[in-house]
Design a protein around this ligand. Structure first.
Ligand SMILES: Cc1cc2nc3c(=O)[nH]c(=O)nc-3n(C[C@H](O)[C@H](O)[C@H](O)COP(=O)(O)O)c2cc1C
Length: 157
């Protein structure tokens, strides 16, 4: 099975998770940054996984536009989605349903909550300030390798 992992990142977590997921998948996989390749050619792939971060409740615009534009093509392939986010898993389903069409989510073979990271050194001043204010007093998030592992298994099952 040939899989395209199409991701968006701002501070590296979703990129790191995409690479780790690619390493865990048994079949052939390609990791594609949607910011660098805005309209990836999906014709050579049996499966597509979309991965992104959440910021102020939203995914990267390019990712939601990609899913919307390719809904029909994606339907013909094995689909999966993962999120990198600072909030806990109980917010995961809500973030998914607010950002992606139901017809895409209903067809996803695997949906991954991969946790998140605060990579302050890669953030601009404003983002850093917002993050510090929003996360004050809360535990630091971390990405969850075991969830990536489980996602890979569920996806290829
Ligand atoms: C300005 C800003 C806003 C954020 N807003 C949210 C949010 O609304 N919900 C959430 O769960 N995480 C939020 N996060 C945390 C990110 O989703 C988390 O840091 C993630 O790992 C970033 O992924 P990336 O490194 O691939 O960009 C926010 C982070 C920043 C910097």
């Amino acid at each position: 099975m040939k899989t395209a992992i199409i991701y968006a990142t701002r501070s590296g977590t979703a990129e790191n998770c995409s690479q780790k997921l690619s390493d865990m998948l048994a079949g052939e996989s390609t990791v594609i940054n949607i910011k660098k390749v805005s309209s990836p050619d999906l014709s050579g792939y049996d499966a597509v996984i979309v991965g992104t971060f959440i910021r102020i409740g939203k995914v990267q615009k390019e990712i939601s536009e990609f899913v919307q534009k390719n809904l029909k093509t994606l339907k013909e392939k094995r689909q999966g989605v993962f999120l990198c986010m600072g909030a806990r898993e109980e917010n995961f389903s809500e973030h998914l349903s607010r950002n992606f069409p139901k017809e895409f989510l209903d067809k996803c073979k695997a949906k991954g909550f991969f946790g998140g990271e605060f990579n302050l050194e890669r953030l601009g001043f404003l983002s850093k300030m917002m993050l510090k204010a929003a996360s004050k007093g809360k535990p630091q998030p971390h990405f969850i390798p075991s969830n990536i592992d489980r996602f890979a298994k569920d996806f290829e099952d």
